[in-house]
Design a binder for this molecule. Structure first.
Ligand code: PGA
Length: 253
């Protein structure tokens, strides 16, 4: 792994935690990390409504704040939606896009997610772009093809100056919230494939510097083995990020 490749451990809270609970979690995490700091980039993605409070809670700690989604349009008559510009204005630095739950429950397609990536990066947000196959696709042996398609559709049209703000998260859908995890070998195999795909589109310099995170039931017990793979540059963690000590243990595994 090139020296310069950033390592990122990101927490995806999904639709969990009241404001009070979320802030308590951040206070606990701050204390743990101030006693034992990390070189890795730590990102937390609370629900929209807690973003501004989270930004205040982590001010001066080095922890970055992400949103879990944004709308593709810059602004307009989209009742109930949140724009990238709004996220930027409350201090969010990252946005997770293309999460499999957005694809599955809200019908998001690769084409839509490509639009969102454009709007997010236009508004100076870094993007954590999620891809990954379902169990049926893996069993049918079409997982490489599918992930290649997801990566290609989402990022192919962009210039390198946009791609430098994109982090990829490989999240096999069958491992998300199920307790099943990709084995370190399965993760490495797909991460290397994603890097190769990125190299095919943008060249090896960009491919080598793009962090590729693994997500799907990562927890303290399996994090070290996954994170020690040469092409696994971090994690996107759901369930285990809801407990400060567990998330901290993953950061330090
Ligand atoms: P999980 O979620 O860690 O609970 O499997 C990961 C994710 O969906 O980002």
């Amino acid at each position: 792994m090139p020296e310069q490749r950033e390592r990122i451990i990101a927490a995806n809270w999904k639709m969990n935690k009241t404001l009070h609970e979320g802030l308590a979690l951040l206070v606990e995490l701050n204390i743990l990390l101030s006693n034992k700091p990390t070189q890795h980039t730590v990102v937390v993605a609370p629900p929209y409504i807690h973003l501004q409070s989270a930004v205040h809670a982590v001010a001066d700690t080095g922890i970055k704040v992400a949103a879990q989604n944004c709308h593709q349009a810059p602004d307009g008559a989209y009742t109930g939606e949140i724009s990238a510009d709004m996220l930027q204005s409350v201090g969010a630095e990252y946005v997770i896009l293309g999460h499999s739950e957005r694809r599955q429950y809200f019908g998001e397609t690769d084409e839509l997610v490509a639009e969102k990536i454009k709007t997010a990066t236009d508004n100076n947000l870094k993007v954590i772009y999620c891809c990954g196959e379902s169990l049926e696709q893996r069993e049918a042996g079409s997982h490489f093809e599918l992930v290649k398609q997801q990566i290609t559709t989402a990022v192919e049209g962009f210039q390198p100056n946009i791609i430098k703000d994109v982090v990829i998260a490989y999240e096999p859908v069958w491992a998300i919230g199920t307790g099943l995890t990709a084995s370190p070998e399965q993760a490495q195999e797909m991460h290397a494939f994603i890097r190769e795909t990125m190299a095919g589109i943008f060249g090896s310099e960009i491919a080598d510097s793009t962090p590729i995170l693994y997500g799907g039931s990562m927890k303290p017990a399996n994090a070290a083995a996954l994170l020690s793979q040469p092409d696994v540059d971090g994690g996107l963690i759901g369930g285990a990020s809801l407990v400060a000590q567990d998330f901290f243990d993953i950061i330090h595994s």
